[in-house]
Design a protein around this ligand. Sequence first.
Ligand code: ZN
Length: 156
Amino acid sequence: MLSLSANHRSQIQTHGERTYPDECCGLLLGRFGTSPTSEEHKILIEVWPVTNDWEGAGEFGLNDGQTARRRFLISPEDYLSGERHARQHGLEVIGTYHSHPDHPARPSEFDRGNAWPVYSYIIVSIQTGQAVDLASWILDEERQFQSETLQQTVEA
Ligand SMILES: [Zn+2]
């Protein structure tokens, strides 16, 4: 389960609408907690938008002929600065988000291949420039994505 506020949700949606028809991406900063039912539970505290660095993907041997309309890359530099910011605020990187322009909010095979366990993967679907759906995904033990429950928190 992932807790997030309405404001977090709209930040991610707005980012995806702004970069349309390219994919947007960013880090999810927050805390790993344990819910009363001891189910895996994360709390999103801060959305950390980064620039889609897919143009530089060749450097990492990732370029598969697709463009930033279908792919995203968070550069190691951006990842590290997000991680540093998180640590300074007593937070951790708990996942990433990206958009699917004119595609559903479901992970692709490429997304699955690049995913890590435990992390939350939020995908926002942008249809003709409008955010229409947002979902979070988490890998199970067979490295298959399962839908992650989103819990809306009240703004502090
Ligand atoms: Zn994707």
